[in-house]
Design a binder for this molecule. Structure first.
Ligand code: COA
Length: 191
């Protein structure tokens, strides 16, 4: 049902309580990855503010964890009104885990969520020289169409199907249990 992940890797959705680990993950990105993720060089302060603001926005973030440490993330944010049919997706994978299929697995999950939210257009902010992101998007060219520099994808089945909703519920129930364990272990960890 899912793409294979590197050993000890798991994907689950992030929750509000995960803001700190999301910030730490983004701060760990090497300079090239950070530039690619944000479309230019950004400071540590920018990243801290970004995470603070993005936590208050409507959206879904899938996280890729290795041994409970967040090593990759895919954000999906509606663009516009409460009934938006367009969304933006952005990916960040720490360098040692790049080119191991994590982006493929995260994009697959993101597309499933996009379909279930009824998004018809998915924008992927992508620098023109980011070949890998473009290659990744091309793998889903049955579901995506492309525009120059930035990649613009159209989600093929814009309405949820019973199967797609069920698939998301199944992966969420697994992810939720892990999420609660993670939050709990952080709460009880001695200072
Ligand atoms: C871009 C990014 C999301 C891709 O994710 P990834 O996990 O590295 O990609 P995958 O391993 O799933 O590979 C996807 C495809 O990219 C291509 N690819 C992989 N490694 C590559 C490399 N080193 N050079 C060129 N193409 C490459 C392949 O076509 C691959 O598909 P295949 O393995 O079926 O042949 C990830 O590298 C990343 O986060 N980079 C830094 C931040 C960034 O660029 N974000 C995107 C802007 S929003």
């Amino acid at each position: 049902m899912h793409d294979p992940l590197p050993e000890n890797g798991a994907i689950r959705k992030l929750w509000t309580a995960d803001a700190a680990i999301y910030r730490e993950h983004l701060l760990r990105l090497d300079s090239v990855s950070r530039r690619n993720r944000f479309g230019g060089a950004v400071s540590d302060d920018f990243i801290a503010s970004y995470v603070g603001i993005s936590g208050g926005l409507d959206g879904v973030i899938h996280g890729f964890f290795v041994d409970r440490v967040l090593r990759g993330a895919a954000e999906l944010r509606p663009l516009g009104t409460a009934f938006a049919t367009e969304a933006e997706a952005a990916f960040s994978i720490e360098r040692p885990w790049q080119s191991h299929g994590v982006g493929t697995a995260l994009l697959s999950r993101t597309l499933l969520t996009a379909r279930n939210r009824g998004f018809k257009l998915l924008y992927m902010a992508c620098l023109a020289d980011n070949r890998r992101m473009q290659q990744l998007a091309l793998k889903f060219d049955a579901e995506l169409t492309f525009d120059f520099g930035s990649v613009v994808g159209e989600v093929e089945a814009a309405h949820p199907t019973p199967l797609s909703v069920m698939r998301e519920l199944v992966v969420d129930s697994t992810g939720f249990a892990t999420a609660m364990l993670d939050v709990q272990s952080r709460l009880i960890r001695p200072g």
